[in-house]
Ligand binder design. Structure first.
Ligand code: NAP
Length: 593
């Protein structure tokens, strides 16, 4: 069998000549750098290893361990509010999750063992931070600048394709409150937790009531002497009915392990439920209205306090801010050792927080559960062929191609970029769809002799116009303060205009008409020496298309979808359990359309 793998230590022109000597679709060598070994980076490594040959992959990870957000976020009570069996890759279940909601440590262990099981750490360099990427016109691709923090050295590494898998909820930020640097007590951020700090018997201040803040309060309250929590915006908080925390018994875990199909059906049911909740995010729909009524009664029931009800229950629609199913949060607010301070913190003093009611609240430890920089600007200068820096391009509003690429920055792909479905439904399924889409591009790059690929400006501007129009119908456009947008009335930059299933289907085909492609020389060079790959494979059936009958798969999109989604195999179109404990959200919503 002929060897048509092209060595990379030869010049690009010689490589090109050798390519012409190969068969059709010869797989040229591709050199990929991935930024970050969190969930997305690990998945990319797994998929490249599984599906591709003749590639080099280096994943640079700034932390000493893999798993990204689940390595970094280790504050007390940190857990995932998505059911654990559905916070896994679709193809990689974990049989022995401890409970419905898993702690961050358990999720860290899941991704770490995923990396070990598939030997992915061979691609990963930990404690290496990407600090810049500069387009190189001569070679096509980026010269990437890396800081090796262990050796305190910097070096450059060239790649053909740069994948940014550094995550959106990664660049944690201190609140913009004057005087924070003057505080003399212990200052902590939830996403940069210091395990050595002991909260026992202390007076703790807690800023923020987002997903992190509401997990922290019920966990620290029993050990702290007192907690003063500073809240400046109401929020919808409620547990999901039917999916309260539950620790799996040994018997349940045995069933998951031994009884065929039990775990898969359990996972599918939860996923159907998560996918069935999308209508909640559309304004003036029955599911949104029902959810609001349900949350309202739950919040009143749990708060039992007129003052808190008036301040904590929002006027804006349910879902405008990310839904926060907080276990024990509302109950904690009414406890004797908790003080709720509602309003702005004007200043942080040496002792604590000085609020807009004129009162200074001294605390021993101040926890900022104040979230992340969610502007989508890359954390390093990314300089494209025109000399533009994506950090500047996206400083006011990040505009991407379907959440994965930017105009003017060829051969650059992003996981969970602007307008990805990060809060629309199950996020790991969306990451899988993005990885598969990227593989399609990499495959074309490798087998069509492509020099650069980048989404066109026209395609992005049409996508943004469509997205903005769609968003007027969504609850996210309500005037709440949320990291889904830069300001309460600003464009929504963090969410996809549709459901997660909608996104998965949108990404199924590579719409090559939206991409500007430049080739290495003749666009048909990939036709090569006239031989097919089959003729170079002596183990392949050279008459493979001769058959006994027509066993072709569906040729139309609708047919393919019906096959893929196993249409007709589920008894009723069920939305599973929604936030109000009801089923069939999808059917109800469809009836309203
Ligand atoms: P967040 O949702 O952005 O919340 C930040 C909180 O800090 C808000 O309550 C905000 O108040 C407050 N804050 C910020 N600056 C402030 C200031 N200057 N003064 C007073 N308050 C201030 O951040 P997060 O709670 O870390 O969550 C971020 C995202 O991470 C979540 O939405 C979720 O996607 C993810 N997450 C997920 C889980 C999970 O279980 N899956 C857990 C934690 C986090 P305003 O609202 O008034 O701005």
């Amino acid at each position: 069998m002929a060897d048509f793998i092209i060595p990379t230590n030869i010049s690009p022109s010689l490589q090109a000549r050798r390519r012409l000597g190969g068969p059709i679709h010869a797989e040229r060598h591709v050199n990929i750098i991935c930024v970050g070994a969190g969930a997305s980076g690990l998945l990319m490594a797994y998929k490249l290893q599984k599906h591709f040959t003749n590639f080099t992959l280096t994943v640079y990870e700034k932390n000493p361990e893999v798993s990204g957000t689940w390595y970094e976020n280790r504050y007390p009570g940190c857990a995932c509010d998505v059911p654990s069996h559905n916070y896994t890759w679709s193809f990689e279940p974990k049989l022995d999750w401890s409970g419905v909601y898993a702690s961050s440590r358990e999720i860290f262990a899941y991704f770490d063992s995923f990396a070990n099981k598939y030997n992915l750490k061979q691609y990963i360099k930990t404690e290496h931070q990407v600090i810049g990427a500069y387009w190189n016109d001569e070679t096509g691709g980026y010269d990437v600048r890396i800081r090796d923090s262990k050796r305190d050295q910097e070096f450059d590494h060239h790649c053909d394709i740069l994948i940014n898998a550094s995550g959106i909820l990664n660049n944690w930020r201190w609140p913009a409150i004057p005087g924070l640097d003057k505080y003399k007590g212990t200052l902590l951020h939830t996403a940069n937790w210091d395990d050595s700090v002991d909260l026992t018997g202390k007076h703790v201040g807690l800023i923020g009531n987002g997903s992190s803040g509401i997990q922290v309060l019920p966990t620290i309250r029993p050990i702290a002497n007192h907690v003063t929590t500073f809240i400046r915006e109401p929020t919808w908080v409620s547990p999901v009915q039917g999916l309260e925390q539950h620790v799996y018994s040994d018997e349940e875990r045995r069933d998951f392990e031994r009884k065929p199909g039990v775990l898969t059906e359990y996972r599918k049911n939860i996923e159907r439920g998560l996918n069935g909740q999308f209508s909640i995010f559309l304004k003036d729909t029955k599911p949104n209205h029902d959810t609001r009524e349900y949350f309202l009664s739950q919040m009143k029931d749990k708060l039992q306090n007129q003052y808190l009800e008036e301040r904590l229950i929002p006027n804006w629609a349910v879902g405008c801010r990310r839904l926060t199913p907080g276990v024990g949060y509302l109950e904690s607010l009414g406890k004797d050792n908790v003080t709720v301070v509602y309003g702005e913190i004007n200043e942080v003093t040496e002792k604590g927080c000085l609020c807009d009611n004129g009162i200074e609240y001294p605390v021993d430890i101040l926890i900022c559960a104040t979230g992340f920089d969610t502007t989508f600007k890359p954390r390093f200068p990314l300089i494209g062929p025109d000399g533009l820096n994506l950090q500047d391009e996206w400083k006011d509003e990040a505009q991407s191609y379907l959440g994965m690429a930017a105009a003017g920055f060829p051969n650059y792909l992003i996981f969970l970029g602007p307008n990805s479905p990060i809060g629309n439904g199950p996020v790991l399924s969306a990451i899988e769809a993005q990885a598969d889409y990227m593989l399609k591009l990499i495959d074309r790059y490798q087998t069509y002799n492509i020099y650069t690929f980048s989404p066109t400006r026209e395609a992005i501007s049409d996508f943004i116009a469509h997205k903005d129009e769609f968003m007027t119908k969504s609850v996210w456009a309500d005037p709440c303060r949320s990291w889904y947008k830069n300001r309460p009335d600003g464009p929504i930059t963090a969410l996809w205009p549709g459901s997660t299933l909608h996104y998965i289907e949108a990404l199924m085909d590579l719409r090559i008409e939206d991409w500007e492609i430049k080739y290495n020389g003749n666009r048909f060079a990939w036709l090569g020496n006239g031989y097919s790959q089959t003729e170079l494979d002596s183990t392949a059936d050279w008459g493979y298309y001769i058959r006994e009958n027509d066993d072709d798969g569906p040729a139309s999109r609708a047919g393919k979808r019906r096959l893929l989604t196993k249409s007709g195999t589920v008894k009723q179109t069920s939305g599973g359990v929604d936030f109000t404990g009801k089923t069939n959200v999808v059917e109800e919503e469809r009836a309203n359309l």
